[in-house]
Design a protein around this ligand. Structure first.
Ligand SMILES: [Zn+2]
Length: 193
């Protein structure tokens, strides 16, 4: 048995976890506050097709992108409070562990004495190179704390950081023209979607 009220009543909005957005890093610094070192793992494909352009979550199984030889990239997703938008976003961190990588740049700022107490100004230099500068968080931090609390509550109800990235099923991906054409050329007729 389940409650018809829960299913169709006013509580439904509350039960559907909202989607997050991804932190956008560019040449201008993006200011974020970190509050945890706990990450979520995700496999992302970068798709160039103008219809889809951007990162999307590998659906696994019969993923057409994997089948045409595009290996998904592993990322660690870290929640971060974006000072400009006053909201929690997903920061995607590649496995690159070069000294100038994002992971290594963030590392000194993940201890309890840093979390929630400083903001990081992160900028992207050349490909795969990041500059991470920290400064103390001064002034009123109640907005930060409130956003973190709301995020933790949503996460307890099932919100995933991967919701910041596009999700398409294997069937939907197989219908994207450029992917479909590659599948047609590569797979034997009996394996065609
Ligand atoms: Zn895939």
């Amino acid at each position: 048995m389940s409650s018809l009220l829960d299913r169709f009543g006013g509580a439904s909005d509350d039960q559907r976890p909202e989607a997050l957005t991804a932190v956008r890093l560019g040449q201008k610094p993006t200011k974020v506050v970190l509050f945890t070192d706990q990450v979520e793992d995700v496999l992302l494909h970068y798709v160039n097709d103008p219809e889809v352009r951007g990162y999307l979550v590998c659906p696994g199984g019969e993923c057409p992108l994997c089948r045409i030889g595009e290996t998904p990239e592993h990322f660690s997703l870290l929640p971060a409070y974006n000072l400009a938008y006053r909201t929690i976003e997903a920061l995607h961190i590649s496995d690159n562990d070069a000294p100038t990588s994002l992971a290594i740049g963030l590392l000194p700022h993940l201890g309890p004495e840093h979390l929630r107490r400083e903001f990081l100004a992160i900028s992207r230099r050349e490909f795969g190179q990041y500059l991470v500068e920290a400064a103390p968080l001064q002034g009123d931090v109640s907005l930060v704390e409130a956003a973190i609390e709301r995020f933790e509550a949503s996460r307890a109800k099932g919100l995933e950081l991967a919701s910041a990235y596009r999700h398409m099923s294997a069937e939907e991906l197989a219908r994207v023209p450029s992917i479909r054409e590659q599948l047609r050329a590569i797979l034997p007729p009996e394996d065609q979607p």
